[in-house]
Design a protein around this ligand. Structure first.
Ligand SMILES: [Zn+2]
Length: 334
């Protein structure tokens, strides 16, 4: 029965009355886990946004060369990043109430002098209860500042996979995105707006392949096999349409879609929804990769929860992707 409204003329209130739509109210309070961010580099207010949006747990990744003050990067600079994250972690939990754990690794986005010094020290760090992942790492087609020979990169990545296996930890891969060409480039002296990086220090690629981004992922998976690390312990972050079919059809790895800086990598909740439709939710996660060096959105994961529902994904699948899969793989307790 159409209710009658005392409005002067018909409004949407009448037209939207039937059929009744069941709204997914449980999504308003669904806890979620961000398996890849750099929240220890964010402001207090940005971290509070995670809490306000219902973040239950997160993996704060300390490995990125973006935060080392000197170029070229030395092992001790990366070690400082690990120590800095350890230093901040407990206070972050007390300030914001979510569970904040750590990922520690050697990123290959820039060549690091004497990486063995880091690999030798890493085992003791991985014993810490706060450390729930190795990474982010994974071979990178081109470096910043100083190119890193592909074989040397692969050795550093595989060594970290061996450590992950020995310490029964998952590894976070930084899979290179095949970013879409905007058609027009920015002033080179300014770089990419929203990304604090001196692009003039970019080095020529060390992977010579038509699809270097995918080639890099295939090399990573091969390295995991050689390291004896089970695919189920590999979480390929920055999943995109270029690497998802390979990862889902040829491996048992998890994929994690990075949606905190869609403006840069062109990946959004629509890609996540497509992947869930195609492969089911069992090996899919979402992360924000929020960091202070680029324009990122701490609300991105919460927004994606609603967006996935709008795209037709059911509540159980959403819960599995944003909460249950990360909880199982990274051994979260919350
Ligand atoms: Zn990252």
């Amino acid at each position: 029965m159409t209710p009658s409204y005392p409005t002067r003329r018909p409004t949407d209130a009448e037209y939207l009355e039937e059929p009744a739509v069941e709204l997914p109210a449980e999504l308003l309070n669904l806890p979620w886990i961000d398996v890849h961010n750099h929240a220890h580099t964010l402001s207090w207010d940005d971290r509070e946004r995670y809490a306000l949006a219902g973040c239950r747990s997160m993996v704060m990744v300390a490995s990125g060369y973006h935060w080392t003050p000197y170029k070229p990067v030395r092992a001790e600079d990366v070690r400082f990043l690990w120590d800095d994250a350890i230093n901040r972690r407990a206070a972050i939990e007390r300030n914001h109430f979510f569970e904040a754990k750590l990922g520690l690794g050697v990123h290959t986005g820039v060549r690091i002098e004497d990486p063995d010094a880091l690999l030798d020290a890493m085992g003791d760090y991985l014993e810490l209860e706060a450390v729930v992942a190795v990474g982010e790492t994974g071979v990178t087609p081109a470096q910043h500042v100083s190119a890193w020979d592909l074989d040397e990169q692969r050795a550093v990545v595989q060594a970290q996979m061996e450590l992950a296996d020995a310490h029964d930890l998952p590894i976070l891969l930084h899979t290179p995105n095949q970013s879409s060409d905007g058609g027009r480039s920015y002033r080179p002296e300014l770089g990419i707006p929203g990304y604090e990086k001196n692009t003039s220090l970019g080095q020529p690629p060390v992977i010579d392949a038509e699809n270097a981004a995918l080639e890099a992922v295939e090399i990573d998976v091969e390295a995991a096999d050689d390291a004896g690390l089970a695919d189920e312990q590999v979480v390929a972050s920055h999943a995109d349409p270029n690497n998802v079919p390979y990862l889902m059809e040829n491996t048992d790895c998890y994929v994690s879609f990075t949606i905190g800086h869609s403006w840069l990598v062109g990946v959004s909740a629509a890609d996540v929804a497509d992947a869930i439709d195609e492969y089911g939710p069992d090996r899919i996660m979402i992360d924000t990769d929020c960091a202070n060096v680029l324009r990122t959105d701490p609300f991105a994961l919460k927004r994606a929860i609603f967006e996935l529902y709008r795209y037709g994904i059911d509540v159980d699948a959403i819960r599995q992707v944003v909460l249950e899969n990360p909880r199982a793989v990274f051994d979260f307790t919350a």
